[in-house]
Design a protein. Structure first.
Length: 345
């Protein structure tokens, strides 16, 4: 039985100075797993790409529809087309306009509902806006948008000018984004946020358009995840997803997306990152190591994506007999990452 783990955020910050936050942490199970592992550094690959690969999605499909399909609550209405319309904070650094996603804005349920109601009143001719979660917004459209939009993860923290829509009918969508920015800027919700010393929700990022259907032939039979996109992709693949609360012996080839380290790494929150890594050690790495030793599973692959690399770690049950191998601390393994100008083997 094979298990694959996707662990965004495990590498912390690829170029962060000083000691890694995992330095000297008591992580005996993880260190043992890494000590018996074969490792490989590959070119960067995003979480969505890794999920699509494991679930056999080989052609483009609407990210917005998949993510909306994985949200809690009622299923999306049939027909029409979807765009992610995510709330963001836009700000200038010298002469460059930068974007920050909603993960650091602490948008409340009431704020999101108020803004979405206003968008539906003001821009009713565009489509129907929804907010299943305060930091994830959507617009349901009667016609499929023609431009190619860049994913929010690509532009987050980077100059907006480099990621403008491309292709046909881009002026219409640029105009819509500008009109919504003007409307948001002076909205009472943002005035109250500014008075409270919070950053404004002063923009939206449109992205995620694509075909509504695509063939999907998964190479796993089970998925454990909590991110809406992963849950929507599981629905497309005909899989019933499980939770990521704790490791259980898989009943078949299984993929688990463990993303609790992702947000604290993104926001440089060392204390939360350390806490969540300790939870993974107790709830995942220790019982996983026990199952490998007992030959209840054949092997595990751990994939760690970040902006610079994809770290792939393979551990097999048969390889645990190599008694001369020593535990390897996480920070020691991460220190072997190739430099940006070096050639990745």
């Amino acid at each position: 039985m094979q298990l694959e783990l996707i662990l965004p955020g495990l590498s912390w910050l690829a170029a962060a100075p000083g000691k890694h936050p995992a330095h000297a942490l008591p992580l005996p199970a993880l260190a043992t797993l890494l000590g018996f592992a074969s490792t490989r550094w590959a070119a960067p690959a995003g979480i969505d790409t890794l999920l699509a690969d494991a679930l056999g999605l080989t052609s483009n499909v609407s990210h917005a529809l998949l993510r909306r399909s994985g949200e809690e609550g009622p299923a999306p209405p049939a027909g029409g087309h979807w765009l992610c319309c995510d709330p963001v904070h836009l700000h200038f650094a010298r002469d460059t306009l930068l974007l920050a996603d909603a993960s650091g804005l602490a948008i409340t349920r009431q704020e999101a509902d108020t803004l979405i109601a206003g968008l539906n009143d003001t821009f009713a001719d565009i489509g129907r806006f929804e907010t299943p979660a305060p930091d994830r917004w959507y617009v349901h459209l009667p016609e499929r948008p023609e431009p190619r939009f860049h994913p929010l993860t690509d532009v987050n923290g980077r100059p907006v000018q480099l990621f403008l829509p491309e292709g046909d009918d881009i002026r219409r969508w640029a105009r819509l984004s500008n009109e919504i920015e003007v409307w948001l800027y002076s909205h009472p919700v943002n005035i109250a946020r500014e008075d409270a010393g919070q950053r404004k929700i002063n923009g939206i990022w449109l992205w995620g358009a694509g075909p509504e259907h695509a063939p999907c032939t998964p190479r796993v039979t089970h998925l454990q995840a909590s991110q809406p996109y992963a849950l929507g992709l599981a629905r497309l693949a005909g899989l019933r997803p499980g939770t990521t609360d704790a490791y259980t012996t898989p009943a078949g080839p299984t993929l688990a997306l463990l993303d609790t380290l992702q947000r604290p790494a993104l926001h440089h929150d060392r204390d939360t990152w350390i806490h969540e890594l300790g939870q993974l050690e107790a709830r995942w790495f220790a019982p996983l190591l026990a199952d490998l030793k007992a030959r209840r599973i054949d092997g595990v692959r751990i994939r760690v994506p970040d902006d610079r690399h994809l770290l792939e770690v393979d551990i097999t049950a048969t390889g645990l007999w190599k008694f001369w191998r020593k535990p390897q601390p996480l920070d020691a393994l991460l220190a072997t990452a190739p430099q940006p100008n070096s050639t990745t083997p």
